[in-house]
Design a protein around this ligand. Structure first.
Ligand code: HEC
Length: 112
């Protein structure tokens, strides 16, 4: 039996290493990475795709993405409206969501 003890010890050590690696991987997965955009970006993108894109990706309004326009332009025009574009009230889109849309559009690429 003692002859197998080192092998068993090695296996136990191996298991411990694998466990440690697994925990490290899990910790890494939980940490925010640059590849995965923060939740606020996603919220802005989702609102844009659901509401603004109906016109701005359909040739009704001008292209907004990838132009490097400042965030304040999006929030201002969305609140005031512009000719054929309706104004969005706070009951249509709250400030936080609208800011997320503006931040998303200001940093967006033309085609994703
Ligand atoms: C019902 C259609 C419609 C929707 C929905 C809409 N827009 Fe517009 N938008 C327009 C039209 C049309 C124009 C062009 C107005 C003009 O220049 O006379 C415009 C213009 C703009 C402009 C000015 C762009 C430029 O180059 O001058 C911005 C900024 C803008 N929209 C942001 C938004 C945002 C942000 C949303 C979503 C919260 C949104 N729009 C939703 C129709 C729409």
């Amino acid at each position: 039996m003692t002859i197998f003890a080192p092998a068993a010890a090695l296996r136990a050590a191996g298991t411990a290493v694998l466990l440690a690696l697994g925990l490290a991987a899990a910790a890494q997965a939980a940490a925010p990475s640059p590849a995965a955009p923060p939740a606020a970006d996603d919220k802005g993108r989702r609102f844009y795709e659901k509401v603004c894109a109906r016109c701005h990706e359909a040739g009704i309004g001008p292209v907004l993405r990838g132009r490097g326009l400042p965030p304040a332009l999006f929030t201002t025009i969305a609140r005031t409206g512009l000719n054929g574009m309706p104004a969005f009230r706070v009951s249509d889109v709250d400030d936080e969501t609208l800011q997320a849309v503006a931040d998303y559009l200001a940093t967006s690429k033309a085609k994703e």
